[in-house]
Design a protein around this ligand. Structure first.
Ligand code: 5GP
Ligand code: ZN
Length: 114
């Protein structure tokens, strides 16, 4: 696993437990936790344990488990309305260079612009 982690990566540190997080689901290949700056209650992140900066750097074998975990979190939270978001590159608002998928619940009282 060491060949697929980056010692300077904040999300690799979260996977290792060197930085605390509110863990949701962990499997052999995937780690998920609450976003520290939620844009809605329950805003979660799902990341592969394999360090890859962007989606196109991540081997396909990790994709299925990521999507399955996003689904499990939505089901566990009981949310019917939500957005899955995945940013690549600064212009596209990627801040952390370790592939991550956002699961963002859409509260029923939120307006369309929110
Ligand atoms: P991006 O803009 O790169 O798609 O999203 C990065 C996300 O990671 C942001 O929503 C931000 O709040 C979250 N984040 C950044 N650092 C930490 C951290 O140390 N812990 C947690 N739980 N979330 C983080
Ligand atoms: Zn990383």
């Amino acid at each position: 696993a060491s060949s697929h982690t980056d010692d300077n990566c904040i999300f690799c540190k979260i996977i290792k437990g060197d930085i605390p997080s509110f863990k949701l689901i962990e499997t052999d290949a995937v780690y998920s936790f609450l976003d520290i700056g939620p844009i809605a209650p329950g805003h979660a992140l799902v990341i592969p344990k394999y360090h890859a900066a962007k989606l196109h750097d991540l081997p396909d074998e990790h994709l299925g488990e990521i999507l399955a975990t996003l689904k499990k979190i939505a089901v566990a939270q009981g949310v019917e309305n939500y957005n899955i978001l995945q940013n690549n590159g600064r212009i596209a608002h990627q801040v952390v260079d370790h592939v991550h998928f956002h699961m963002i619940p859409k509260p029923s009282d939120s307006d369309e612009a929110g």
